[in-house]
Write a protein of this length. Sequence first.
Length: 65
Amino acid sequence: MKRKTLVGLIAGSLGLLAGVGCSAEATHTAQALEHAQAAAKESTIQGIQEHAQVSLTHVQAAEQA
């Protein structure tokens, strides 16, 4: 998966969480964004995948919070 596509998918998921008021949700959303940005800066496929997975985990946690 290309880096821009991956970051776009994560950003789209984060967009669904916009306007979140609860601190747990906001924290997970911020952490997801940080990992999405880190994934975009990675130079290896493994690094991109690891940050992307952590980011998606935070998105899921924010949705459940």
